[in-house]
Design a protein around this ligand. Structure first.
Ligand SMILES: [Zn+2]
Length: 71
């Protein structure tokens, strides 16, 4: 049965999920990337400005994205 209590619990859950998403987005934004890719190439300053959390050079990123797309 639908009750006032269920409604409040539901709202609380929505609020918690919203907060969790905000926290995750914030963590993503403040996450610092690296200057060097895992392949050893230097990640260009322009790329790092555009994607501060980048950990791969453009070439590796393209490979990873292509693989993800093919899956
Ligand atoms: Zn690379």
């Amino acid at each position: 049965m639908y009750s006032e209590f269920d409604r409040e619990v539901g709202e609380m859950r929505v609020e918690q999920e919203r907060q969790a998403r905000i926290d995750a987005a914030r963590a993503e934004l403040t996450k610092t990337g690296r200057d060097a890719c895992e392949c050893g190439a230097t990640i260009s300053p322009a790329r790092r400005r555009a994607y501060p959390s980048a950990t791969r050079c453009l070439e590796c990123q393209e490979i990873v994205e292509k693989e993800a797309y093919l899956k």
